[in-house]
Design a protein around this ligand. Sequence first.
Ligand code: ATP
Ligand code: MG
Length: 400
Amino acid sequence: MKWHEILIRYGELTTKGRNRKQFITRLRENLRFSFADIPDMKIRAERDRMYISSDKDEDMDELIKRLPTVFGIHSFSPVAKCEPTLDAMKELAINIMKSIDTDGKTFKVNAKRSDKRFPLDTYELQLEMGGHVLSNIPNLHVQMKEPEIELRIEVREHAVYMMVEVIPGAGGLPVGANGKALLLLSGGIDSPVAGYYMMKRGVRIEAIHFFSPPYTSDRSLEKVKDLAERMSRFGANVRLHIIPFTEIQQVIQQQVPENVTMTSTRRMMMKISDAVREEIGATAIVTGENLGQVASQTLESLAAINEVTSTPILRPLITYDKLEIIDVARKIDTYDISIRPYEDCCTVFTPASPKTKPKLEKVVYYESFTDFDEMIKKAVQNREIHTFPKQKQDEFADLL
Ligand code: ATP
Ligand code: MG
């Protein structure tokens, strides 16, 4: 099937009133980012529709294949075009109907005519085209109200446009339309899913990872980089900040009683994250934490972690069941990376019985013997920064 262009419906964007222009601009930029390998793609934005196209047929197929992953798109329809003659229209209608599954489906033709000089009026056009389709495509049943297949025909002065498929988009909002947040990315199953959900709500993500060599290996770092790379496929580049964390973890082991080391570790992670967040101009911190999954994820523990900053700490997965999270991880293709065996900086140092209800005063008291602020500053300064995907780094520097 030779498609002329793809009509994109914004969905949620249209409800956003005065922000609409900014959202459309963002979607346009994100499409350029996602389809950087299709430089010939043309984009035309109208008030509540966008049209994309390319002169190459294979590009059109690729666009249709990959569009369902771009956030901010409610649905889209490939559109075909022909000369404004009845013969050409009939031929195109049959070709379009043959490109989809029609067997046993209900059907109607919906015609619009902006060129009033066309010899048939809307009603006659629907009858003529509907009759032609029915006599050429077997096992279709006409149904005027909510048919499964609606062949839309628009007659303009110089051309006729037709579409039939309405393909669901990824929904959500264009990445970047809702600001920026810093994601604590561990290499586990949960944090990439948490990042995915934030991106779906239009939040640009940078990631931070705490790395404790030699207790954690380069392979565990590779895994986190692969996850960041995979997350950049959700429609925007992702910067990864790698924090050298060994020294701080060792000091915590020495200074803090074993059963609250976990809480202290989390608090230090949060302090470092907050410093990086401020530097990169992000507004919130995101984690993959989930209530009750492990000992450190109790309400008391979350309260002790939150105490180090007034920055909003968002936990999109807080109420999810593990199986639900795994389902999403599979769907977004992060699961296979996440389950590669590796040592987490936290698992290496995990105490035998961490306190499920850490007393904040106690944690603060034991931390007070060490100048953590100085160590935090050093860790932030010595961090390594990578941008994913690698090859798009320079081209899209202006979008950061
Ligand atoms: P995940 O599957 O995301 O690792 P988890 O269920 O294993 O989560 P924890 O290991 O307790 O739970 O981690 C909770 C959250 O803390 C993670 O989702 C992540 O946001 C953050 N986190 C933990 N370890 C690290 C790390 N080494 N670097 C960055 N963030 C981390
Ligand atoms: Mg983990």
